[in-house]
Design a protein around this ligand. Structure first.
Ligand code: ADP
Length: 296
């Protein structure tokens, strides 16, 4: 089974003609409220594909928490690990201008209260999981505890987003570390990164991960390990909305690795899932079923 540990947010979206300056008020569109957060997105993406998936996360005892639990259950995610507490559900306040550019304020809320103790209390979920996937919208000490809680033989997948420097213990556990170009640059820090994704992958591997995947949007992806590096071509589609494509890619890759596929095979499947996700608006609403991936 697949275990996703991570964030669950309500995305509150308003369209605006232009963003307000300090002290200014602008009128916007009707409010749209969508389930989001990288952990919740990954869990829905995997379950939609047919993966047996559990989510370990925290939400508040509020309407946003109910929205998130509903969307997880509708997708078929096991929500026994979704903890409900006093602190409000995480929120992303998103304004979108006519060119499609976003400005986003995130209130981590309950996501910031997912503690190492919560991870230790979920030992049975870890024992039932071949693959555990997480991101960085929860406290770093909680991610460290996830690494320490992995069952023998199970595999750890990390998308370090939003990116920050990582302790060696976490880097060493990644198989793979999945980054886009921006995340690769932050993880590499001030070290000279070279010109090509192959260069970045080589330097990232030297920092400890057993394998690395670099996602390249419409250019596809690159997979790299001690066996060498390989390009995974993108599936050609007409993009409508790329929101959440990276989360769908990561979830699909994690699931396929758990079924025994090689990194290159899993990434090729994940590229099809990511491509399908960009052909529809929204994040979770855009995630394909396995049949829709086959039809692509
Ligand atoms: P992120 O959203 O994290 O920046 P990417 O934009 O690289 O991640 O997208 C993740 C994956 O989704 C890519 O590696 C690719 O396989 C697929 N994908 C994203 N955008 C497109 C696109 N325009 N056409 C085809 N595939 C895409």
């Amino acid at each position: 089974d697949l275990l996703i540990v991570g964030s669950a947010n309500a995305d509150l979206v308003i369209g605006v003609e232009r963003r307000p300056a300090a002290g200014e008020t602008v009128l916007g569109s009707d409010l749209a409220v969508h389930p989001g957060g990288k952990g919740a997105n990954q869990a829905v993406a995997a379950a939609r594909l047919g993966a047996r998936t559990a989510l370990l996360a925290r939400v508040g005892d509020d309407d946003h928490g109910k929205l998130l639990l509903d969307s997880q259950r509708t997708a078929g995610v096991d929500t026994v690990g979704v903890l409900v507490g006093e602190v409000p559900t995480g929120v992303a306040l998103i304004t979108v201008d006519p060119s499609g550019d976003n400005s986003i304020v995130v209130s981590p809320g309950a996501n910031g209260r997912l503690t190492p103790g919560d991870i230790r209390a979920a030992a049975s979920l870890f024992h039932a999981s071949r693959v555990v996937s997480t991101q960085l919208e929860i406290p770093l000490e909680t991610v460290v505890e996830v690494v320490r809680s992995l069952a023998p033989g199970s595999r750890f997948v990390l998308n370090p987003s939003p990116p920050r420097a990582l302790p060696r213990e976490v880097l060493d556990a990644c198989d793979p570390l999945i980054v886009n170009e921006h995340e690769a640059k932050v993880i590499l820090g001030t070290s000279r990164v070279g010109d090509t994704p192959e260069d970045w992958a080589r330097i990232l591997l030297a920092k400890g991960p057993r394998s690395v995947v670099i996602t390249l949007g419409a250019e596809g992806a690159l997979v790299a390990s001690a066996d060498g590096a390989r390009r995974i071509p993108a599936v050609r589609v007409d993009p409508v909305d790329t929101t959440g494509a990276g989360d769908a890619f990561t979830a699909a890759l994690a699931w396929r690795l758990g079924t025994g596929e090689s990194l290159a095979e899993a990434a090729a499947y994940a590229a099809r899932v990511g491509a399908a996700a960009v052909t529809k608006a929204g994040a979770q609403a855009s995630y394909p079923t396995a049949a829709e991936v086959e039809a692509l």
